[in-house]
Design a protein around this ligand. Structure first.
Ligand code: ADP
Ligand code: MG
Length: 351
């Protein structure tokens, strides 16, 4: 049976409809990330799955059992066998780290609770803190304990709402890594809410990208990144160059070359979206005042990559200002003439 199934779920606060008909399935052991901008309804949907909001419209099933139907049935959160962790999960301040984690393990014989809690704390890098109290821990350590507490009972479904976003960047990478490891080891199906596309791509078997109360596209990280179904999906995963064009003879002419659009009728107006990493730059041996050629406007080192602002000149005299991203240190002079090669797999055309 599916670990979680949402069918036709809608939700309204006062007169404000924030969830507008969501279908979503999570298979056993699958990690699904609900990704989307702030305010699009992610937390509301997760709260509905958890039973923290009563279903107004649609149906929720956990492990093949209908557990919520409007006006008919509402299984409360504590009876749903789900693990919950939020951005700032509160620990019980009067309980030690170990007691916080054993709290949810009432179903285990008492002799096994301690071993189970210590195992989970160890996997999340907190083995040295079992007798510590929450106020003595950093935010990141408290968050690890909250994750251990949610995971310790091995729920069939984990519901995690931005569980890493209160952590600083370096710590976040490690805790994500540890958490994914534990989720996969336990085989818990997981719905993880995040607004961070990189986090979703790292954690997810599948991503459901939401916008304004609806799911725009569902698929593997690779499917969303490489075959986005609309401009919103493209832009959500990072900055893009946007050009306008017209289809002629099955192609769109751009200042960086012709792009295939053979599935669209001639004379269609289209939007051409070019990821910065699609632009491959080669320096040309020309006088630097050759401004009728493509040339560098500005180059900045950003660390792992360099950002190049460039002016592209097409063969037919078209011109465009574009941003390119090149791996490593690449700092050509301002005015440097260049050739631009296009990686067509990072170019998308929409009518
Ligand atoms: P996200 O988690 O994607 O940022 P939320 O689900 O928290 O989005 O919120 C979606 C919309 O619903 C927002 O406009 C928010 O202001 C509104 N909202 C959330 N919770 C409530 C509530 N309890 N009462 C009224 N409006 C709410
Ligand atoms: Mg939220």
């Amino acid at each position: 049976a599916l670990a979680l199934s949402l069918r036709g779920v809608q939700h309204t606060f006062a007169a404000n409809k924030v969830v507008k008909g969501i279908d979503l399935d999570i298979a056993p052991g699958e990690v699904v990330c609900l990704l989307g901008p702030s305010g699009c309804g992610k937390t509301t949907l997760l709260r509905i799955a958890a039973g923290l909001e009563v279903v107004q419209e649609g149906a929720v099933s956990l492990d093949g059992q209908a557990i919520a139907k409007p006006g008919k049935r509402h299984v409360p959160p504590e009876k749903r066998n789900v693990g919950l962790a939020f951005q700032d999960s509160a620990l019980f301040p009067h309980l030690s780290v170990l007691e916080n984690v054993t709290f949810g393990l009432k179903q285990l014989p008492s002799g096994q609770r301690r071993a189970r809690a210590i195992e989970l704390l160890g996997q999340l890098g907190m083995a040295d803190y079992v007798d510590t109290y929450p106020h003595m821990l950093s935010g990141g350590q408290q968050q690890r304990v909250a994750l251990a507490r949610a995971l310790a009972p091995t729920p069939k479904l984990m519901l995690l709402d931005e569980p890493f976003s209160s952590l600083d960047a370096r710590l976040r990478d490690r805790i994500r890594d540890d958490t994914l490891h534990v989720l996969k080891k336990l085989g818990s199906a997981t719905l993880l809410v995040t607004h961070d596309p990189e986090e979703a791509m790292f954690m997810a078997d599948r991503i459901a990208l939401m916008r304004d109360g609806k799911i725009v596209q569902t698929g593997t990280p690779r499917e969303l990144y490489c075959t986005p179904i609309d401009p919103f999906v493209v832009t959500f995963f990072g900055e893009v160059n946007e050009l306008e064009g017209v289809v002629k003879g099955g192609v769109v002419q751009t200042p960086v070359g012709a792009v295939d659009a053979s599935w669209l009728p001639d004379d269609s107006d289209v939007q051409v979206m070019i990821r910065p990493e699609a632009l491959r730059i080669k320096e040309r041996d020309l006088p630097s005042d050759a401004h009728d050629h493509s040339h560098v406007v500005m180059a900045k080192l950003l660390g792992r990559s360099s950002l190049i602002h460039l002016c592209a000149h097409g063969e037919d005299g078209q011109e465009a200002h574009l941003h390119a991203r090149v791996p490593g240190v690449f700092l050509p002079q301002e005015g440097q003439p260049i050739d631009i090669d296009l990686d067509h797999s990072q170019v998308f055309i929409f009518p």
